[in-house]
Design a protein around this ligand. Sequence first.
Ligand code: NAP
Length: 484
Amino acid sequence: MSFDLVLFGGTGDLAWRKLMPALFQAFRHGTLPSGGRIIGVARDALNDAQYRALIHDRFDQVELAKRPSEEEFARFAALLHFVQMDLSKPQDYARLAANLRERNADTVVMYLATAPSLFTQACEQLAAAGLNSPTTRIVLEKPLGHDLASNRLINEAVRRAFSERQIFRIDHYLGKPSVQNLFALRFGNALFEPLWRRETIANIQITIAEDLGVEKRGAFYDQTGTLRDMVQNHALQLLCAIGMEPPINAHADAIRDEKLKVLRSLKPWTAQTLSQHVVRGQYAAGTSGGEAVPGYRQEPGVNPASTTETFVALRTEIANWRWAGVPFYLRTGKRLAERDAHIVINFRPAPHAIFKSPPGATNQLVINLQPKDGLELHLLAEGQENRRAIQSLAPVQLDLDFDKRFGSERVGAYERLLLDVIDGRLNLFVRSDEQEEAWRWVEPILEHWRTDSSSLRPYNAGTWGPSASSAMIARDGYCWSEEC
Ligand code: NAP
C-alpha cells in the first residue's frame, strides 16, 4: 500500500520530538508500510536535502536507543520530502496538490501539527484544492479549541471538508500501551467484570503527575492551564476507559458510543460542588530532583501576575446504575513530587472482619501508566509478622510488570497512533461528540474560576499539590495513594 503522510508543521517541535522519532521506530521495526513518503510542510524555504539534514541533526536530541545509525538514517531519509507553503495563503495549496497528484498514493494522511488557529483555513483550502478525497485522512492535534464554542467551530469547519470517518483526533494517552492494556484487562478478561461496580468498589483515583515545570512552553501554557491541557482530554479519557460499559464489539464507534455515555453521565456541577470538589493550584518555587526551581510566575513567557492553574484535583461521580455514589478523584499537575501516572481502584473492605488487619487496609488494583507499565493487585494475607498472633493480616502485592513480560521497548503512543491512521483504524481516536461533551462538562469550572480568583492555591514545587487536595478527599474519609 502506498501512502503520503503530509506533516504540516514539519519543522516544529512536535514533528521532530515526537512524530519523526515515532515514524523512524516504525520504519526500523518494519511496521511502516513500504512505498511511503513523509512530506514536511512549513513556510521555511527548504529543499528535500536541507529538510533531511535538519531532521538528521534533530535526531541528536532524541534518546540514544531511539536514534538511527548513519546507515539507518540514510535509508529513512529517502522517505523524507519537503514542500514549502504558507497554510494561510490559498495559492500555496496548488503546489501541494500538484506534488500529491503526481504520485497518486493509495492513502494520503494530512497531519496538522500546527497551531489550531490554522485548522479551519487549512481544511477549507484542502477541500478547495480537491485534497479531501475519500482516501484522504486528516489528523488533528490538541488543543482543539479553548472552550465548547471554539471546539464546535473547529469541528464544524473540519466536517465541512472531511467526513467523520476521515477525521483522526489525537489524544496520545489512548495510544499508550498501558491504556490499551486497561481495555484488555476489562474486556479481554472475565475476572474483574463482576467486581467492577458500586457494590464492591469504594472509590477510584486517577493521577497524572509531572515533575517538570512548563519548560519552554510558558507562553502557550499561560493561555491554556491544566484543566484544558490535561483534564478535558487525557484525564477524562482515562475516566471513560475505567467507567464505560463493555462495548458490543471492538469497532471504533462501539467503543466511542460507550465513552460518550460516561461523559454524558458525569454529575453536573452545582455552586456547592464547584467550590468544594475542585481544587485549583499553581506551583511556587521549591525543589525538584534535589535542585532549587523557580515558581510558575517566574518561568519565561509567563505573566508574573498569572492566575493560570498548574494543578487540578477534582471529585466527580458517574450517575448511572453501575457507579452511582462512587467517587472518582482526578488529579494532575506540573512540578509535583514525581513523574507518575496511575489509576487506583480501591475496593470496599470485607463486610465482616474476623481477622485482625492493619487499619484502613483494603484490596486495591493499581494500574500503572507511566513511567512503570503494569498492574499491581494489593491483597491481605496471613503474614506471620507477629509470631504469637494468629490470623493477623498484612498487605501483600501481586505484581504484573508488563515491561518484564513484553520487553521495555513497546510500541510508543505516537508510533501506534500514526500506524493506525495509515491503516485507517479509528478505535484510539476521539469522536467530535466525545470532545464536545467533555468541554461541556469542564466549562462550568472555567466559568467559576473566572469569577472566583480566590480559589487559586499555591503549592511548593516538588510536592503533591496544595493541601486543599488532601482535604477534599479526606472529607469523604479517603486519602490519596501516597498518603495512606
Ligand atoms: P512549533 O514548534 O511552533 O511548530 C509550528 C510548526 O508550524 C512549524 O513547523 C512552523 O514552521 C509551522 N507553521 C507555522 N505557521 C505556519 C503557516 N502559516 N503555514 C505553514 N506552516 C506553518 O509548535 P509545536 O510545538 O510543534 O506544536 C504544534 C501543534 O501541536 C500546536 O497546536 C501544539 O499545541 C500541538 N502540540 C504540541 C506538542 C509538543 O510536544 N510540542 C504536544 C501536543 C500538541 P514555519 O514557522 O517555518 O512555517
